[in-house]
Design a binder for this molecule. Structure first.
Ligand code: DGL
Length: 273
């Protein structure tokens, strides 16, 4: 596998959500070229088993390797939660997930040592954030809550007003916030779009932590350590791949990326075994 500093960063997600991570990467590393793969034919991952998400993740990674990527960013929290060990074992390039960097930032942020993590049912059930937080620092009290309805709300663009506020209050007000946490980790690609509503429900004493920005910082470190940072703006390109027809990805994705997506190429994934 040949790659150098001009090679692109590969990013995959179950669909449009990982574009929030791509956005953070583009802001943090504006000279880098990227290839983003959204597995739109198989989304969502958040309600599927770890075994199946791992199989899809390996197929996504194989597809991106064909584009000569120099690092793989697993933008999907669910895939980061369940598939990182398999990806790291199978790939000849560094693999960066969103959970480790998000957990490290959350541990730095909390002052009360009481945190909460919200994510898909798959991410929360895996215990990956809880384990990553315990690995960063002992003595943290971690509360977790799956918030599956946030994903369709974000995709529908229902990110303001009564409906998301009610859903957020239902998920968060009872158990989670009653625990007196001062830090809330947005452990899903879609939740940054609902940050304002979540912040309003959580109140001013709670700091929201977005794993996307922490992951982008970590990618910068990984590339710098290996002398793989792009220094040349002339070669910067961004490509989008999808596994279903591109129309919905282009339309919904623009909101997640914060700018228009000119086009996306449909590809077929080859599942291993
Ligand atoms: N990308 C997923 C995540 O961050 C959310 C959407 C899905 O369930 O596939 O966990």
């Amino acid at each position: 596998m040949r790659f150098d500093r001009h090679s692109p960063i590969g990013v995959f997600d179950s669909g449009v959500g990982g574009l929030t991570v791509l956005k953070a990467l583009m802001e943090r590393l504006p000279l880098e070229s990227t290839v983003y793969l959204g597995d739109t034919a198989r989304v969502p991952y958040g309600t599927k088993s770890g075994e199946v998400v791992t199989k899809y993740s390996l197929a996504n990674a194989d597809a991106l390797l064909e584009y000569g990527v120099k690092v793989l960013v697993v933008a999907c929290n669910t895939a980061s939660a369940v598939a990182l060990p398999a990806l790291r074992e199978a790939l000849p390039i560094p693999v960066v997930g969103v959970i480790g960097p998000g957990a490290a930032l959350a541990a730095q942020t909390t002052k009360s040592n009481k945190l909460a993590v919200i994510g898909t049912p798959g991410t929360i059930a895996s215990g990956a954030y809880q384990q990553a937080l315990a690995a960063v620092r002992g003595g943290l009290e971690v509360h977790a809550q799956a918030c599956p309805l946030f994903v369709p709300l974000a995709e529908e663009g229902w990110t303001e007003g009564e409906v998301p506020a009610l859903v957020a209050a239902r998920y968060l007000s009872g158990g989670l916030l009653a625990e007196g946490v001062d830090t809330l980790v947005l452990g899903c690609t879609h939740y940054p779009l609902l940050a304002e509503v979540i912040q309003r429900v959580a109140g001013p004493t709670v700091t929201l932590v977005d794993s996307a920005r922490a992951a982008a910082d970590h990618v910068a470190e990984v590339l710098a350590e290996r002398d793989l940072l792009e220094r040349d703006a002339k070669t910067t390109e961004h490509h989008y791949l999808v596994t279903d027809t591109p129309a919905r990805f282009i339309e919904v994705g623009a909101r997640f990326l914060g700018k228009p997506i000119a086009g996306a190429k449909q590809i077929d994934l080859k599942l291993r075994g």
